[in-house]
Design a protein around this ligand. Structure first.
Ligand code: BES
Ligand code: MN
Ligand code: ZN
Length: 504
C-alpha cells in the first residue's frame, strides 16, 4: 500500500478532492467533523446520518456514492464515538473499520480526512502513525506456502491523509514512522508464521545478514565452535538433541555517537520447542514454531529503526536453536556450566528459553550497555497470569530499573502494544534452589513466569535490565492463528523516544 500526504486548507477544498473515496468522521450525536461538513452543502450527509443508517459509534461506517458538488466518487462516513474529543481506542476502532471497507472497495485510491489532531491525550503524529499501522495490518496475509496464488481482492492501494499545509512536514515524518513500523511488524509476522522446517536457526541468521546488507548494519553470526570457545555451556546444552546447527546472531545499528552506550535487545530464538526429553503434549504443539517470536521481534525492530535511520546505538543479540529429543539430547538431571560460571541443574528440558538466554545475557556485558531488554516467549504461566492482552514486564525494583520499566510501559501504551509489570523479589529466588548445582532451571508451578524472570535476573547484575515475556501476545491461536508482530510497536516506540527524549 502506498501512503502520501494531501494538504487541505479552508473548508471548501475537501469537496474538491478528486479520489475514489474520501473518508470523513461523524459522531454519535449526529454532529459532523469539519471535513464532513465541507461535503454537506446540499445536506446529503446530514440526511444520511439522520436516516439512522450510521450510528456514529466507533466501528460504524456508511458508504455513499455520487454526491452532487463533491469531486470524490464515494464518501465513507466513519463513526468516531461520543464527541469532538476522540478517545484513542475509539479512533483505532474507527480506522480499523475504515481499513476493512477500503480492502474490498471498487476504488483504487482513497483520502482519509479524519480529525487527527483531536484525539484525547495523543497528537496528530500518533493518529497518522496508528492509521498506517491499521491499514497495513488489515492487508497482511501469509499465503506464500500455498501452492496456488489466491486472487488478490480489489480494494484501495493508495491512501492519502488530508492535513493542513502547516503540518505537512510533521505528517510526512509520522507516516514514514508508521510505514517503517509496519514493515518491521511484517517481517516479524512472516518469520513467526513460517514453518519450522524452513525458519531454522540458519534461516534467521541469513535473514539478519540480508537486513545488514540492505541497511548497512553490522552483523556477526557465531557457530557451534565459537560458542564452545565462549564456554556457552547452557545454550549448547539445549542444542544437544537436534541436527540443525545453532547460531548466535549479533546485529549492530550504530546510529548514535560512537561513545554512546548502546541499548541491547536480546531475543529468544527457539525455532521449534518440542520440550526435548521433557516432551510437550501433542495437541497444539505446532504452535511452538512461534517460540522464536522474541528473535523475530528483534529483527523486525531492527528493520524499522534502520529504515528510519534512528540516531541511536542499538545492538541485537539472538541465541537460536531447536529444542528436540534424541539419544544425545539433554536429560533431566544434567548439569551444565553457563558462560557466567554458574552451574545449572536442568530439572526440566522444556524450560529451555532461560537456558539459551542466560548465556546471551552474559555475552552482552561486553557492550557496556545503557540498558538490556530481553524478549521471549518464555512461560505458559505468563499467559495464565496476563492472558493475551499484556506482555509481562519484569525488572528489578530500584530507581534505575523503575525508570526503565516506566519507559517501556509508556511506549507500550502509546503504541497500543501494552505490557504489565510483574514483581521480581528475592523470596521467589528460593524456588530455584538446586541440591546439586548453583541453580535449578525450574521453580515449580507457583509464579512460573516470575521464577523464570528470577532465573534470568541472576545473569544481568552488571547492567540495567528488563525482561518482556511475550508468550501470550506474540501470536494468536484458533481460527485466526497467526503472529501478531508484537512487541515491535512497543520496542520501536521505546527506541524512538530514547533517541529524541524531548518528543514523548
Ligand atoms: N516456549 C515455552 C513457553 C510457552 C508455552 C509459550 C506455551 C507459549 C505457550 C517454554 O519454553 C516452556 O516450555 N516453558 C515451560 C516452563 C516450565 C517447564 C517450567 C512452561 O511454561 O510450561
Ligand atoms: Mn519449552
Ligand atoms: Zn520455549
Amino acid at each position: 500500500m502506498d501512503f502520501s500526504i494531501k494538504t487541505i486548507d479552508g473548508k471548501s477544498t475537501t469537496a474538491q478532492v478528486k479520489t475514489g473515496c474520501i473518508a470523513v468522521g461523524v459522531f454519535e450525536n449526529k454532529k459532523l467533523t469539519e471535513a464532513a461538513q465541507a461535503l454537506n452543502h446540499k445536506g446529503d450527509i446530514t440526511a444520511a446520518v439522520k436516516s439512522g443508517d450510521i450510528t456514529g459509534k466507533p466501528g460504524s461506517t456508511l458508504l455513499i456514492r455520487g454526491i452532487d458538488g463533491v469531486a470524490a466518487e464515494r464518501i465513507l462516513l466513519v463513526g468516531l464515538g461520543k464527541d469532538q474529543s476522540i478517545g484513542s481506542k475509539d479512533f483505532l476502532t474507527a480506522t480499523q473499520a475504515a481499513a476493512r471497507v477500503f480492502a474490498s472497495l471498487g476504488a483504487g485510491d482513497a483520502v482519509v480526512a479524519l480529525p487527527f489532531d483531536q484525539i484525547k491525550e495523543r497528537d496528530a503524529d500518533w493518529a497518522l502513525c496508528s492509521s498506517v499501522l491499521a491499514l497495513r495490518d488489515n492487508l497482511y496475509r501469509f499465503d506464500r506456502m500455498k501452492s496456488k496464488d489466491e486472487p488478490l481482492p480489489a480494494g484501495v492501494k493508495k491512501v492519502a491523509f488530508a492535513v493542513p499545509a502547516s503540518t505537512a512536514d510533521a505528517a510526512k515524518a509520522a507516516v514514514a514512522q508508521g510505514v517503517a513500523q509496519a514493515n518491521g511488524m511484517e517481517l516479524t509476522k512472516d518469520l513467526g508464521n513460517l514453518p519450522p522446517n524452513i525458519c531454522t536457526p540458519t534461516y534467521l541468521a541469513n535473514t539478519a545478514k540480508k537486513l545488514a546488507k540492505e541497511y548497512r548494519l553490522g552483523v556477526e553470526v557465531l557457530d557451534r565452535k565459537q560458542l564452545q570457545a565462549l564456554k556457552m555451556g547452557s545454550f549448547l546444552g539445549v542444542t544437544n538433541g537436534s541436527e540443525e546447527p545453532p547460531k548466535f546472531i549479533v546485529l549492530k545499528h550504530m546510529g548514535g555517537k560512537a561513545k554512546d552506550a548502546p541499548i541491547v535487545l536480546v531475543g529468544k530464538g527457539i525455532t521449534f520447542d518440542s520440550g526435548g526429553i521433557s516432551l510437550k503434549p501433542g495437541a497444539g504443539m505446532d504452535e511452538m514454531k512461534y517460540d522464536m517470536c522474541g528473535a523475530a521481534s528483534v529483527l523486525g525492530t531492527f528493520r524499522a529503526i534502520a529504515e528510519l535511520k534512528l540516531k541511536l546505538n542499538v545492538i541485537g543479540v539472538i541465541p537460536t536453536c531447536e529444542n528436540m529429543p534424541s539419544g544425545r539430547a539433554t536429560k533431566p538431571g544434567d548439569i551444565f556450566t553457563s558462560m557466567s560460571g554458574q552451574t545449572i541443574e536442568v530439572l526440566n528440558t522444556d524450560a529451555e528459553g532461560r537456558l539459551i538466554l542466560c548465556d546471551a545475557l552474559t555475552y552482552v556485558e561486553r557492550f557496556k550497555p545503557a540498558a538490556v531488554v530481553d524478549i521471549a516467549t518464555l512461560t505458559g504461566a505468563c499467559v495464565t497470569a496476563l492472558g493475551h492482552h499484556n506482555s509481562g514486564l519484569f525488572s528489578r525494583h530500584d530507581a534505575e530499573h523503575d525508570a526503565l520499566a516506566e519507559e517501556l510501559l509508556a511506549a507500550g501504551k502509546k503504541s497500543n502494544d501494552t505490557a504489565w509489570r510483574m514483581p521480581i523479589e528475592d523470596s521467589y529466588q528460593e524456588q530455584l534452589k538446586s541440591n546439586f548445582a548453583d541453580i535449578a532451571n525450574i521453580g515449580g508451578p507457583p509464579g512460573g513466569s516470575i521464577t523464570a524472570a528470577c532465573f534470568l535476573e541472576r545473569f544481568t547484575r552488571k547492567y540495567t535490565w528488563a525482561h518482556l515475556d511475550i508468550a501470550g501476545t506474540a501470536w494468536k491461536s484458533g481460527p485466526a492463528k497467526g503472529a501478531t508482530g508484537r512487541p515491535v510497536p512497543l520496542l520501536t516506540t521505546f527506541l524512538i523516544d530514547r533517541a529524541a527524549p524531548s518528543r514523548k
